[in-house]
Design a protein around this ligand. Structure first.
Ligand code: 13P
Ligand code: ZN
Length: 271
């Protein structure tokens, strides 16, 4: 079977279309990386033949060496993936020395992986050490989350508290809270390192004035985290300055107890 017909390409094509329709991924905004096990890659590429090598520009963590990633291309539009996956996506293998990505499939017009690949790979490395089942890193530009970040200090306790106090689902879906980075230059190894540092404690990281990163075992999980943050940020922004019924601390604590969740410390004071 041809890789273009694989469930991996279908999953990424479907979710990029969906995210585009949410209004989060204007132009080339957003990127996704999907780690695929060698046994599945072998179904499509029994003999490893590389189309070309692409320099990473940094040295990938050892845990990522010889691992395969299906990754959106830089400058590519999410809305176009479904109609031409082979031009808009690429399947790469991280080299033995961690310096290069071997291209097995895709980037047909001579393209390369997203400019945010440092943040993706560094986040994959951190999440894999915590949870070997993590496969997805997803980055997007959800409107209300960006608005909310612009209205608040760049403080993850405050950001998380506002979310938890706005929607009862929030603490249940992300009890570890949202990591927050200040506005930084994107597409660099610096923002990659800063994002990965936050990923040690959080599966979601907000980039102030830019967007959000989510990690998950599968696309549903990463997307579900991001859409819950975004829905909650929408509630927060639409009620800003007019809230009469904020979720009481006792309800948030009750939800965490009911679901046996470990809450991010310092957000809600236990009485
Ligand atoms: P790429 O087109 O390089 O993926 O960049 C899009 C983006 O969202 C930058 O943060
Ligand atoms: Zn972005």
């Amino acid at each position: 079977m041809n890789f273009i017909e694989s469930r991996f390409v279908k999953e990424v094509s479907d979710i990029t279309s969906n995210m585009y329709r949410q209004g989060w991924d204007e132009r080339n905004g957003g990127n996704i990386s999907y780690m695929i096990d060698e046994e599945y890659v072998r179904d499509y590429f029994p003999v490893e033949k590389y189309i070309r090598d692409i320099e990473l520009g940094f040295v990938a963590d050892e845990i990522l060496r010889n691992k395969y990633f299906l990754v959106t291309g830089t400058g590519k539009y999410f809305k176009n993936v479904i109609n031409d996956p082979e031009a808009n996506l690429g399947l790469v293998k991280i080299s033995e020395d961690g310096k290069v990505a071997h291209l097995l499939w895709g980037y047909r017009d001579g393209g390369r992986f997203t400019s945010e690949f440092p943040a993706h790979l560094m986040s994959h490395a951190v999440r894999l050490k915590i949870n070997p089942k993590n496969r997805i890193i997803m980055h997007t530009h959800p409107t209300y989350t960006i608005c909310m970040g612009a209205c608040l200090p760049t403080d993850e306790v405050i950001f998380t508290r506002k979310l938890w106090k706005s929607n009862t689902e929030a603490v249940v879906v992300f009890p570890e809270g949202v990591g927050v980075l200040p506005c930084m230059v994107c597409g660099t190894t610096e923002i990659g390192e800063a994002t990965a540092e936050k990923m040690k404690k959080h599966r979601i990281v907000s980039w102030t004035n830019h967007g959000i990163y989510g990690a998950g075992n599968d696309i549903d999980e990463a997307f579900g985290l991001i859409e819950t943050v975004e829905k909650t940020a929408q509630i927060y922004m639409l009620t800003l300055g007019r809230v009469v019924n904020e979720i009481p601390d006792e309800v948030i604590i009750g939800l965490a107890k009911l679901w046996n969740l470990k809450m991010m410390p310092g957000v809600i004071e236990e009485k």
